[in-house]
Design a protein around this ligand. Sequence first.
Ligand code: DGY
Length: 315
Amino acid sequence: MKPDVIVAYPLRSRQMAVLEETYTLHRLDLAEGEERDALLQKAGPICTALVCNGHVTIDEALLAKLPALKLAACSSAGYDQMDVEAMTRRGIKLTNTSEVLCDDVADTALLLMLAARRRLPEGDRYVRSGDWGRKGMMPLTTSTSGKRAGIVGLGRIGMAIARRCEAVGLTVGYSGRTKKAGNDFAYFDEPVKLANWADILIAATPGGASTEGLISAEVLNALGPTGSFINIARGTVVDEPALIRALQEKRIASAGIDVYLNEPNPDPRFAALDNVVLYPHHASGTEETRDRMAQLTVDNLAAFFAGKPLLTPVN
Ligand code: DGY
């Protein structure tokens, strides 16, 4: 008999086909309202595993409807929508896929940093609109090489960003709860001190309560009027209204943003700013990485049902 698995968020089609073949799937992602309640009532008591991604909220209310659950296999790095403490208390394991997406997320940090400082979207519009021919050269932009990059959170992704920053000639510093061994980057115990030192501040921490509002108005002021702020972490990590004001009032020079408080409908004031480059929470959005994330999720499920150690456990 095939084990019963709840799908709260679908994987890519290739991996969904594997799931269909191996398990009896209960597609919560396709159900709404009463249909969803009925599905949970039927599948809740028999499903020991759930497939999801970082956008799925797993809270006490949902867990109460899944009394047999033992594994949530999450196809994302972030799990800030999940009550990990409640899951652990109930003996539910969580797995994620941060191992396979670092490179693309770090590339995106670099992409946003360079695009913001060199005003890439404006340059693109300048050529397409014919302004180049009509007005001559576009206004000068700002160098990156030779400057200082401050990374808030030197985890796996932060480290991948640090290496890329070094490759483009930046001096790297970081802030975090503890100083990390194995690197010679400048360490600051608070983001405000890091921002004071840095020309470019990059948020690379996990989301969730412990990092909420970490990049405050004070931190942005410390970054200063020539500074750039890059966020590939979570919208909650920054005081977003303060960031918008800092950009409007040119208290920081520019920003490159992949994540927002209100996704997928970010604060419309962002779109009115010409000193910010916007990306639609797509840092891991490549064919290759999404394929690796989905495969790792399938592999974690397989390990679980084979009674083997999980490949990438969180708790
Ligand atoms: C994740 O997987 O949590 C990231 O936000 C991908 O961009």
